[in-house]
Ligand binder design. Structure first.
Ligand code: ATP
Ligand code: LTN
Length: 355
């Protein structure tokens, strides 16, 4: 990891509290700028490309919040190790994730963008969180149950089980007030609140209790081939996943062959028409046109016309983003310098909390 050592170069220089400081209540380490609420969120570098679910469920809100909040956004490469990972690929995907986040609108002038493994305090607090969490409560995490069931208990890593406690550390180190995520992460944020409350009650008021920031529209984008399942980076097949880095042609084809439902009417009804409803959500979230307006625009027209319109909206929305990400990837030095500064700032905040 050549860039690993670069990013870690400043380890020894992290902000430390003096002995007299240590007598002051830890609460002073909380929010540096009291006028702005703190936001933290993370995304796994588990694929060459983010998908529309990642964008509409999370990153779109990250971009909006950076104007009004003190925002920390983290590429969670340690979490990505919970599934079988080739090291070269993980390195590439970590950089590709940074390029995509910038192309999607994250600004290094407004937000702190960093890599989780470059801030070792995450692992340190992660252990404390593991020792506070009950085996039973960790066993009830649905993401763990789903992902471990997929690979079987012999292949599932222990890290998949302890994943939510590391996520709690990610959030609590930054004293985050808000955590913008998709619906699938609600349970992990609840656990984080429980662990923070337990720590505070046992050892004194230390952590801010975070709230999940989950929008109604876009919080769960489904696979367009299997519209009752979540669109996911690490799902077996990419046929139903609309990837940001896919060519416009590939996305056009995917959307035109999206699974639809019985009947002909373009109508939002997630129970009876999960395929059409999912496409309506995607169209509306990207175009800004309300779902009811889109429904009336397609009265008397068929699913074919509707899918062509969705494809057009998606392809034109993603085209400049993909181009910008490709451009950013050509200048690795620039990307690394952004991540370097971000990790340095993150270490300062994280070590103040940990101390
Ligand atoms: P993986 O399949 O590797 O678990 P993922 O596609 O679920 O990955 P993550 O990196 O785990 O993506 O999640 C990043 C953010 O995107 C999280 O806030 C998560 O809630 C959100 N997200 C992921 N998939 C969707 C989806 N289908 N709809 C809405 N939000 C989503
Ligand atoms: N578990 C999250 C990714 C994640 C995260 C975080 C999200 C890791 N650490 C901290 C919000 C805050 C997921 O999306 N699967």
């Amino acid at each position: 990891y050549q860039w690993n050592s670069n990013l870690c170069a400043n380890h020894g220089g992290q902000a430390r509290r003096s002995v007299t400081d240590l007598k002051k209540p830890l609460i002073h380490a909380r929010i540096t700028d009291m006028s702005q609420k703190r936001v933290l969120s993370g995304i796994q570098p588990t694929s060459d490309s983010f998908h529309l679910g990642n964008y509409l469920g999370a990153v779109k809100q990250w971009v909006e919040l950076q104007d009004s909040h003190d925002t920390f956004y983290c590429i969670v490469d340690l979490h990505a190790l919970t599934i079988e990972t080739d090291p070269t690929l993980l390195r590439q995907r970590t950089l590709a994730s940074a390029a995509q986040l910038l192309a999607l609108g994250i600004s290094p002038d407004k937000a702190t963008l960093f890599i989780q493994s470059q801030v070792p305090q995450h692992n340190q607090l992660g252990w404390i969180m593991e020792c506070l969490a009950g085996f039973g409560e960790a066993s009830r995490m649905t993401q763990f149950k789903d992902k471990s069931a997929k690979v079987g208990s012999d292949s599932a890593r222990v890290g998949l089980f302890t994943y939510p406690m590391l996520q709690a550390a990610d959030i609590l180190l930054y004293q985050a007030n808000l955590v913008p995520v998709g619906e699938d992460q609600r349970q992990h944020i609840e656990l984080t609140r429980d662990l923070a409350g337990r720590f505070n009650a046992r050892y004194g008021d230390t952590f801010t209790l975070p709230e999940a920031y989950i929008l109604k529209e876009g919080a769960k984008i489904n696979d367009i081939q299997e519209p009752t399942a979540k669109m996911s980076k690490s799902s077996g097949s990419v046929a139903g996943v609309i990837e940001i880095m896919d060519s416009p042609d590939a996305n056009l084809k995917k959307i035109k062959s999206a699974v639809t439902d019985a009947g002909r009417e373009v109508k939002f009804d997630p129970i009876e028409k999960p395929g059409i409803s999912n496409l309506l959500t995607i169209h509306s979230s990207l175009s800004g046109i309300s779902i009811s307006q889109i429904e009336s625009d397609f009265v008397g027209k068929g699913y074919g016309d509707f899918k062509a319109a969705v494809a057009d909206v998606v392809v034109e929305y993603l085209r400049p983003i993909r181009e910008r990400a490709q451009e950013l990837l050509l200048d690795e030095k620039h990307l690394l310098s952004i991540l370097h500064s971000g990790s340095e700032k993150a270490r300062t905040v994280a070590s103040a909390t940990l101390d």
